[in-house]
Every structure is written in structure tokens, then in C-alpha cells.
Design a binder for this molecule. Structure first.
Ligand SMILES: [Zn+2]
Length: 255
């Protein structure tokens, strides 16, 4: 199977380039406040070999959904001929089911309106949450991807085992340390046909980001190990990855 290369992290790269990540909206604030920087980061990933762009909309809520439409336009500006996948961050778990469905629906609607080619529910920490995101994003007639944030034992961060179908068009082990990729893929593979990985180089903490203690080379090697055992439709980098990481991964895919 041909593996398609996604671009890398947006939020941590914005911070790296001097953009202050702060509430509300964190990195997604850059869609309005630093659009040229968002376009520049997309362009650097394209130059490094990225074949698909993921929008800068992670972190938006229903109230700010119109910025999601703009985020698709910014990605399109950077790569007019590339697929643009609309990123949707997790709904606040303390909200009601109806409110969480509305979070996904509002963002899905805004990303579709901008011309996104697929919708991507990122950083889902439980299976129930992931399923709610996928079903809520289904109504727009676009492929729906989901990324599960996993621990080193191949379970979601909430502790759910992964031996279950997700009913998504691509299931990512995403925002996960590289050591968690293989155990998660082993559990997912018998139940989900389109698999992908998007590991992190930095871990999200209450204070921001902490380096996960792995080098870019370690993470590229871990992805390559996954590719020898599983057919992966997509690979890419989540938090902490840079255009240099995308370039290293592009080189590994060509080898
Ligand atoms: Zn991440």
C-alpha cells in the first residue's frame, strides 16, 4: 500500500516561531491573529514533502466555528492542489451529549463550507468520545478520520482497550508517544481496515508541552517499524514535530 504523508504539528510550531499559545483557542487564535504564519508553516511542510494539509483549527469551539472556514482557506492558499483535512479538537467532556454533538456539527459545517476534503476528529481519549465525534461529523458527506490518543500499553488515555471498530474512514493512533504506536495498531488492526499513525514528539500537559524524550530520528524509526508490520494509509507528526521531521519522514517513505 502507498502511504500518504501528512504535514506536522501546527500549535507547537506556532509557539516555536514566537506565537503565544494562550486561552481561549490556543494555537487556533493564529487563524485570525497571525494568518501569514499559519500559511508559512503549511508551506514549509509542503516543501518538506507533505501531501496532505491539516487545518490550524484544532482548539476551536462551536462559538468560533467561522474561523474553521478561514483555516481551510489558509491551507488552500499554501497548497492549492493538495487535499485539506479539517481538524476538529475534542469536545469538552464535561458538557452534555447534545452540546458535544453540536461542537462537532458546528465545526464540521464550517470546515465543509470552506471546502475541506475530509474531517478529522483529533486527540480522542476515549472510545465513546471518538464514536460520538465520528457519528456527529458524518452528516456532511465527507470522509471522517479519527485519531485516538493512546498510552504505552495500547489503550486510550481513558484506559479503553482498542479491539473495536470505530466506523471511521481512517483510524489514527495520534498524539501518542512513539512507544505506544505498535501496541495500539495490534489491537485496532483486526477491527479497522484503514490505519494510520501520527505520533507526538511532545506531550500535552496542563502547563503546555513537555518534550517526550525521543528524538525525531527515534520517532521516524518507530513509524518505519509500524510500516513493516501494518499497512498504513497515512503517516505524519503530531505535537512537537517540525518541517524537518516531515522531511525525514518523507525520505524514509521514499527509501
Ligand atoms: Zn498532538
Amino acid at each position: 500500500m502507498l502511504t500518504t504523508l501528512l504535514d506536522g504539528a501546527m500549535g507547537t510550531e506556532l509557539a516555536q516561531r514566537g506565537f503565544e499559545l494562550r486561552a481561549p483557542l490556543w494555537g487556533a487564535r493564529a487563524i485570525e491573529d497571525a494568518p501569514a504564519l499559519v500559511v508559512a508553516i503549511h508551506r514549509d511542510h509542503i516543501a518538506a514533502g507533505a501531501q496532505v494539509l491539516v487545518t490550524a483549527s484544532f482548539g476551536l469551539d462551536a462559538e468560533h466555528a467561522s474561523l474553521a472556514t478561514t483555516s481551510v482557506e489558509l491551507a488552500r492558499q499554501a497548497g492549492p492542489n493538495l487535499p485539506v483535512v479539517g481538524s476538529v479538537g475534542p469536545a469538552d467532556p464535561s458538557r452534555s451529549t447534545a452540546e458535544r454533538q453540536e461542537h462537532y456539527a458546528a465545526l464540521g459545517r464550517a470546515l465543509s463550507a470552506g471546502g475541506a476534503t475530509a474531517l478529522f476528529a483529533e486527540t480522542q481519549t476515549s472510545l465513546a468520545g471518538a464514536r460520538l465525534a465520528v457519528t456527529s461529523l458524518r452528516r456532511f458527506g465527507l470522509p471522517v478520520w479519527v485519531a485516538l490518543a493512546c498510552d504505552a500499553d495500547g489503550k486510550t488515555l481513558a484506559g479503553d482497550p482498542l479491539d473495536a471498530p470505530l466506523e471511521a474512514d481512517a483510524v489514527f493512533v495520534g498524539c501518542t508517544e512513539h512507544t505506544g504506536l505498535l501496541p495500539a495498531l495490534r489491537s485496532l488492526a483486526p477491527h479497522n481496515s484503514v490505519l494510520a499513525v501520527r505520533p507526538s514528539l511532545a506531550l500535552t500537559t496542563v502547563d503546555g508541552f513537555d518534550p517526550a524524550g525521543a528524538s525525531e530520528a527515534d520517532v521516524v524509526e518507530a513509524i518505519e517499524r509500524c510500516r513493516t508490520q501494518f499497512e498504513l494509509a497515512y503517516v505524519g507528526g503530531c505535537c512537537g514535530t517540525t518541517p524537518a521531521f516531515t522531511a525525514a519522514l518523507a525520505q524514509a517513505l521514499r527509501a
